[in-house]
Design a protein around this ligand. Sequence first.
Ligand code: AQP
Length: 344
Amino acid sequence: MAFKERVFSGVQPTGNLHLGNYLGAITKFVALQERYDCIYCVVDLHAITVWQDPSELPRSTREVTAAFLACGIDAKKQIIFNQSQVAEHAELAWVFNCVARMGWLNRMTQFKEKAGKDRENASVGLYVYPNLMAADILVYRATHVPVGEDQKQHLELSRDIAQKFNNDFAQSIHAHGYGEAFFPLPEPLIQGPATRVMSLRDGTKKMSKSEPSDYSRINLTDDADAIAQKIRKAKTDPEPLPSEEKGLEPRPEADNLVGIYAALKGSSKADVLREFGGGQFSTFKTALADLAVAKLGPIGAEMKKLMQDPVYIDSVLADGSERAQTLAAETMKAVKDIVGFVRR
Ligand code: AQP
């Protein structure tokens, strides 16, 4: 069956929105709105799978919303909202808790990394996080999901859940007039030179919000001086830049900075190496800092401006939530019929 093409993705309001979130996800969100109907969500239900200070969470939620707007997502044409305002996400997640298998979740590397050695003490929410993520996407029967490389495994799980639901309830889906399959198998969109931006302090670790060192990441709200200083101090090796992409393979820090430059410029790593290959890092870092400041400076400034008007931001979220809920409620009605729940 052909499904209406629709994009869904989310960002957690867990503070310190960074260059990885921007290049891996938000720039893709912006580009996709030209071709698709898009739903972009501030996933606050996901955020509380690890402790969030209730006095900070509203600010973080508004900050992600401000980033969406400042980067150029059109809140009138597309839907921007926060997850907890649409209860259907949690409702469908429960159904998916009963579809997904323990064995599938046991393979999720993000849970293993985040729970660490103290697994007994991790929240149950952190364990079933991928089921909620599947619900986020499928409650809109979304077909395309732009994410960074780190979310690939969760996307594959979403596809497995959609497939199992379609198989388990095949007869009922057919009987209710939905044809062969009720849920699409959502496609991950993971493309370009910066699908996994690495820490500026360690090229083998992902750039992340929760890394204690602020020098490991460029925050979207960093000013020009901070951006330039972080790039100047970024870890590199003593060799000049290679002229061919293959030369980046054993050099994670060089590979990371070249990838960041390429993504910010909208070119490829090969193009960047044609320009800077054979040169010293100092020259390249200066060019990278200038480019990063030119691209991120206006976004940070706009975010700060928007953050001064929380009433406006909340009105964007309220309007988006209402429109999202209309779509989600339609899916949930159908799911209830398919599963066999008696409803009003
Ligand atoms: N380093 C990254 N490179 C490329 N893409 C990235 N994303 C995150 N980090 C990178 C992508 O950004 C989107 C939103 O991510 P998220 O906030 O929902 O969750 P996350 O992946 O857990 O982000 P962090 O920064 O790594 O947070 P912590 O430190 O809390 O774990 C997603 O599409 C993600 O792929």
